[in-house]
Design a protein around this ligand. Structure first.
Ligand code: TYM
Length: 329
C-alpha cells in the first residue's frame, strides 16, 4: 500500500478552501492507502501566535479533522510537536537544502513582506520542516492544494539530492492535487486565494460558520455583470462558485449550467450557500460533540503520536546512520 502524508496548520478555523483543496481528499484516500495526517503546530509558530489561542486551536483543529471524517482507526492522526523526529530530521535535511533555493520560495517572499517586522529563521526554513514531515514516513503521495506545490517540489529535490549523496534513504514523494478545487478563491476578490488570514471575514467561509452566515457570505460573493451561470475565462467569481457547488453536490459543471439556465445569479448564489451549509452541517455538529470529550481527543492524539513516532524513528535512525553519526544508546 502506498503511504500518504499531509499536514495542516492550526492557525484558525479551517476554511472551505482547506476542506475542498485538501481535507476532503484526505478522507477519501483513507480507504485505499496508509494515511498519516498531522496538525502542524510547529509550522504555526513561524508567525507570532498567542500561546493560549494556539493550544486551543490545535485541539480544535484536531477535532475538526475527525469531524470531517478522518477516522483515527484507519489513519494515523497526530500533533506534529508530539513527534520529536520531525525537528530532528529537519536539521539533517537543512544541511542538504540550499540558501538560494529556500530564498526562491514564493510563500517565504510573500510572508516576509506581510510580517516584515518578524522575518524569523523559522519562516525561512519552514519548507525544510515540511520536507522532514513528508520524508520521515517514506511518503509516496502528498494531497495538497496548489499553493503547496512549490514546497513539495523542494521536498522532492531534497530527497533526490540526499539519496544521491548518501545512498537510497527516502521515498521520493509525488503531489496529489485535485482536478477540482485545487485553489478555492476569495469570495470578495476571486482572483485571490481563499485564506483564513483574510482581514475581510466575508472573503472566506470557515467550516464552522453557521448555516445563516454561510448563506449570507455566498449571497454577497463578488461575481460579474453578465448574469449567465457558465464556466468561462474571465468569470472568476462564477467559476469559483461553480467549482464549490460542484464539489459539494457532486454535479458536473454542465449539469450546473443546465440547472441555472434562465435563472439569475441570486438564485445560483442562494443554492450554493444552502448546499455548502448542508454539506458542512455534520462537520459542525461532530466538532461540537468532540470538543466536549477532551478525554477521547487526548486518547486519539496520544495513540496517533505513539504510532507515528514508531515509523518516524526508523527513518531517522537510517538517516543518522547514512550521515555517519555514531550509533547512540
Ligand atoms: P495550510 O495549513 O495553509 O493549508 C492546509 C491545506 O489546505 C490547502 N489550501 C487550499 N486548497 C485550495 N484552496 C484554497 N484556498 C486553500 N487554502 C489552503 C493547502 O494547499 C494545504 O494542502 N505548509 C502546509 C502544511 C504542511 C504540510 C506538510 C502539507 C506542513 N507540513 C507536509 C503537506 C505535507 C500549509 O501551510 O498548509
Amino acid at each position: 500500500k502506498k503511504i500518504i502524508f499531509s499536514g495542516i496548520q492550526p492557525t484558525g478555523v479551517f476554511t472551505l478552501g482547506n476542506y475542498i483543496g485538501a481535507i476532503r481528499n484526505w478522507v477519501n484516500l483513507q480507504e485505499e492507502y496508509n494515511c498519516i495526517y498531522s496538525v502542524v503546530d510547529m509550522h504555526a509558530i513561524t508567525v507570532r501566535q498567542d500561546p493560549a489561542t494556539l493550544r486551543q486551536q490545535t485541539l480544535s483543529s484536531y477535532a475538526l479533522l475527525l469531524a470531517c471524517g478522518i477516522d483515527p482507526q484507519k489513519s494515523l492522526v497526530f500533533i506534529q510537536s508530539h513527534v520529536p523526529a520531525h525537528a530532528q530530521l529537519s536539521w539533517a535535511l537543512g544541511c542538504s537544502a540550499q540558501f538560494g533555493e529556500l530564498s526562491r520560495m514564493t510563500q517565504f517572499k510573500d510572508k516576509s513582506l506581510k510580517h516584515a517586522d518578524d522575518v524569523n529563521v523559522g519562516l525561512f526554513t519552514y519548507p525544510v520542516l515540511m520536507a522532514a514531515d513528508i520524508l520521515l514516513y517514506q511518503t509516496n503521495l502528498v494531497p495538497v492544494g496548489i499553493d503547496q506545490k512549490q514546497h513539495l517540489e523542494l521536498a522532492r529535490d531534497i530527497a533526490i539530492r540526499f539519496n544521491g549523496r548518501y545512498g537510497n534513504t527516502f521515498a521520493v514523494p509525488e503531489p496529489y492535487i485535485p482536478k477540482m478545487g485545487a485553489k478555492v478563491m476569495s469570495l470578495q476578490e476571486p482572483t485571490k486565494k481563499m485564506s483564513k488570514s483574510d482581514e475581510n471575514a466575508k472573503a472566506f467561509i470557515s467550516i464552522l460558520d453557521s448555516a445563516d452566515t454561510i448563506i449570507k457570505k455566498c449571497k454577497s460573493a463578488v461575481t460579474d455583470s453578465e448574469a449567465r451561470v457558465c464556466y468561462a475565462e474571465g468569470k472568476d467569481g462564477i467559476n469559483n462558485l461553480m467549482t464549490i457547488y460542484s464539489v459539494v453536490t457532486g454535479k458536473s459543471l454542465e449539469e450546473i449550467t443546465g440547472e441555472f439556465d434562465g435563472k439569475g445569479y441570486g438564485d445560483f448564489k442562494l443554492a450554493v450557500g444552502e448546499a455548502v451549509a448542508e454539506h458542512l452541517r455534520p462537520v459542525r455538529e461532530g466538532h461540537e460533540r468532540l470538543m466536549k470529550d477532551k478525554a477521547y481527543l487526548e486518547q486519539c492524539y496520544t495513540e496517533g503520536a505513539e504510532k507515528a513516532a514508531h515509523f518516524a524513528k526508523r527513518t531517522l535512525e537510517k538517516t543518522y546512520q547514512k550521515l555517519g553519526f555514531v550509533k547512540g544508546v
